[in-house]
Design a protein around this ligand. Structure first.
Ligand code: AMP
Length: 190
C-alpha cells in the first residue's frame, strides 16, 4: 500500500506517518527528513539545501525527484511507502507519476490533512520547544513564508489528485488519535 499525506507545514503529516509505519510496516519517505540528514552529514546537497530551507523556500524539483527515486527503487520500499512532504509542486507530482509507472508502482490513497492555519503558529512554537529548536525553520517568520509557498506551489497539486479519484480529506484539527482513526477508516480499516 502506497500513501501520500498532503497538508501545510505543521498539519501533522510526520506524526501520522510514524503511526502508519508502526501499524502497517510501511516505509516513511519524508523529503524534509532526507534533506535534514544531508545537512547533518555535511554533504554538498545539505549545504545547498540549508539556506533554501531556512528561508522557507522549496528545494529544486530535480533534486527532490532524484532523492525519491533512489529510495523508491530500493527493496526496503517493496511493502509500501508513505510519502510525507512530497510531492510539493505539480512538477513533482507529474515526475512521481512518471517514476511510479516506470517502476510499476501506484498510489493507493492520497490523504489531505486540512488545518486551521492560525493554529499552525502555536503548533510550530510547541514543536520548536519540544525539540529544543532542532529545526531552524520552526519559527513564526519562516512558517509564514512556508505557508505562502504552500498556497502558491503545493495547493495546486490538490486538484491534480482530486481528479484521480483516490483522494480523501481528514480534519487535521482533531486529536492525534482521532486523526489516526480517520486515516485508518480511509484505508479501509486496514
Ligand atoms: P518539511 O520537513 O517537509 O516541512 O520540509 C522542510 C523544508 O525542506 C521545506 O520547507 C523545504 O525547504 C524543503 N523540502 C522538503 N520537502 C520538499 C519537497 N518535496 N520539495 C521542495 N522542498 C522540500
Amino acid at each position: 500500500m502506497n500513501i501520500i499525506l498532503l497538508g501545510p507545514p505543521g498539519a501533522g503529516k510526520g506524526t501520522q506517518a510514524e503511526k502508519l509505519v508502526a501499524d502497517h510496516g510501511l516505509v516513511q519517505l519524508s523529503t524534509g527528513d532526507m534533506l535534514r540528514q544531508a545537512i547533518a552529514d555535511g554533504t554538498e546537497l545539505g549545504m545547498k539545501a540549508k539556506a533554501i530551507m531556512d528561508a522557507g523556500d522549496l528545494v529544486a524539483d530535480d533534486i527532490i525527484l532524484g532523492m525519491i527515486r533512489e529510495r523508491l527503487e530500493s527493496d526496503e520500499c517493496a511493502n509500501g511507502v508513505i510519502l510525507d512532504g512530497f510531492p510539493r509542486t505539480v512538477a513533482q507530482a507529474e515526475g512521481l507519476d512518471a517514476m511510479l509507472s516506470e517502476i510499476g508502482m501506484g498510489i493507493d490513497h492520497v490523504i489531505e490533512m486540512q488545518v486551521d492555519e492560525a493554529a499552525l503558529f502555536a503548533r510550530i512554537e510547541t514543536r520548536a520547544k519540544e525539540t529544543g529548536g532542532a529545526r531552524s525553520d520552526d519559527n513564526a517568520e519562516v512558517l509564514k513564508k512556508r505557508l505562502e509557498v504552500y498556497h502558491d506551489s503545493t495547493a495546486p497539486i490538490l486538484p491534480y489528485y482530486r481528479g484521480k479519484g483516490n483522494m480523501s480529506v481528514v480534519d487535521g484539527m482533531m486529536s492525534i488519535e482521532d486523526v489516526a482513526s480517520a486515516i485508518k477508516e480511509i484505508l479501509g480499516g486496514q
